[in-house]
Design a protein around this ligand. Structure first.
Ligand SMILES: Cc1cc2nc3c(=O)[nH]c(=O)nc-3n(C[C@H](O)[C@H](O)[C@H](O)COP(=O)(O)OP(=O)(O)OC[C@H]3O[C@@H](n4cnc5c(N)ncnc54)[C@H](O)[C@@H]3O)c2cc1C
Length: 412
């Protein structure tokens, strides 16, 4: 890559996007759609797109059940589903609206489930209904519980495939994808005249930058002089998959009623678009930002976690749950026990270890897990500081939301 022209001299905007995950690529595409003259450059440190969260998740297109009214998640998830479904249809990407049941196991969970139903209706999620056991067992014959919320439009898709299509679109519209191009520095040019981005493959002079660096979003934001908080804390989610003979135990998606204290949805049973059925993910603290197993440790990442006061406050509040998650991670029997609460016919012989992903979860200084999507601005650099689930579902809506603000300067 060569040094670009000084921004603003040609009347054509040059905009950089850091991160070729689904959020970065959707943002790049939305920038091009809103300003076809803009030159869009995408940088990623990896040799291919979708190597981290985008390629390592449950593959669920969430319908928007869970998110508080007025939150960005509530707004962008419902819109994101519509855009994603249309995009997949247009590009011939497999998309299966297989439906989901969220199952309450006792009366206390049933009360929370009714609350979830009200919220889903309020969020405009289509088709949701509460079902008694006989009715939800017509959908999932092997599931047990006292009450279920059925969301018929919840779907499954391969987000890595969506990201690859977006990358093709970005290049077809004249954008450039710089892979193997880790961003090392971000400097303002003059008094609000532009931004200089230093990467492994060269320097780019840009009018604006969008940081969609996922597990490294806080570090990249700091390169631009943005606040140190919230910090990203990496939570690994491990999966098992059902053996072929056990796949018939699950037709679509079976979820627990979420614990309101956590942003994670709990271990669920998920049909994948390739026909596999996954069980997971749990949530254990990863020993590295990209620590996909217990063996992967990074001193710098561990120091970052240890030095962050928010992490200690979080640990003090939730150490018992954290310890349970570790035990579940180390024991197949315990992991399967969790899933057996919903599908009792499952046994440890029905599962084999499968993939793992690491969630980029932002944590505030006071130890609270940031729940909503969060975006911060430092001059001409916008940073997506928290984009956990359902950010893959919402990606096309997030991209459009960001593109509008970057191009009009709103939010700066
Ligand atoms: C276990 C798990 C299950 C999930 N399940 C679901 C689900 O079912 N449905 C759903 O909607 N969401 C789900 N999510 C969330 C979803 O995967 C993420 O919200 C989404 O993928 C975030 O996309 P992203 O582009 O922000 O991040 P990423 O996909 O992580 O992309 C960030 C990119 O930035 C690059 N990068 C980082 N630092 C630099 C740097 N310095 N220079 C250049 N490039 C850099 C990385 O290489 C990476 O490619 C799940 C996540 C996990 C981990």
């Amino acid at each position: 890559m060569t040094t670009g022209n000084t921004p603003g001299t040609r009347g054509q905007r040059r905009i950089g996007v850091i991160g070729a995950g689904i959020v970065g690529l959707a943002t790049a595409q939305a920038l091009q759609q809103r300003d076809p003259d803009a030159e869009v450059l995408v940088f990623d440190k990896e040799a291919a797109v979708a190597q981290h969260q985008t390629g390592r998740n449950s593959g669920v297109v969430h319908a928007g059940l869970y998110y508080p009214k007025g939150s960005l998640k509530a707004e962008l998830c419902v819109e994101g589903v519509r855009r994603l479904r249309d995009y997949c249809q247009d590009r011939g990407i497999a998309y299966d609206a297989c439906g989901k049941v969220v199952v309450a196991l006792d009366d206390e969970e049933a009360v929370r489930l009714r609350g979830l139903f009200e919220r889903a209706v309020g969020n405009g999620v289509p088709g949701v209904e509460l079902l008694e056991p006989a009715a939800f067992q017509e959908i999932e014959p092997h599931a047990v519980g006292t009450l279920a919320l059925h969301s018929p439009n919840t779907a499954i898709v391969d987000y890595a495939e969506v990201a690859r299509h977006l990358a093709i679109d970005v290049e077809a519209a004249g954008g450039t994808l710089h892979l193997g191009a880790a961003v090392r520095g971000i400097r303002p040019v003059g008094a609000d005249a532009g931004v200089r981005v230093l990467t492994d493959v060269g320097i780019a002079e840009l009018d604006a930058v969008v940081n969609c660096a996922g597990l490294h979003a806080d570090r990249v934001a700091q390169l631009a002089g943005d606040d140190a908080e919230p910090r990203i804390v990496p939570f690994r989610g491990e999966y098992y998959q059902l053996t072929p003979s056990a796949r018939g135990l699950v037709n679509g998606l079976i979820y627990p009623v979420p614990d309101p204290r956590y942003p994670f949805l709990g271990v669920h049973l998920t049909k994948r678009i390739d026909g596999e059925v996954l069980i997971g993910p749990n949530a254990v603290l990863a020993m590295a930002r990209e620590g996909y197993d217990w063996r992967t440790l990074r001193g710098g990442d561990l120091m970052d976690i240890a030095r962050w006061p928010g992490m200690w406050r979080l640990a003090r509040q939730h150490w018992r749950t954290g310890a349970d998650e570790v035990l579940r991670s180390l024991s197949t029997r315990r992991f399967v026990e969790e899933a057996r609460r919903y599908v009792p016919a499952l046994t440890a012989d029905d599962v084999i270890p499968s993939v793992a992903g690491v969630r980029a979860q932002a944590v505030d200084r006071d130890g609270s897990l940031v729940d909503d999507f969060r975006i911060s601005w430092q001059g001409r650099v916008a940073s997506v500081r928290n984009a956990p689930s359902p950010a893959a579902t919402s990606s096309l809506a997030i991209g459009s939301y960001l593109a509008e603000r970057v191009l009009t300067g709103v939010g700066r």
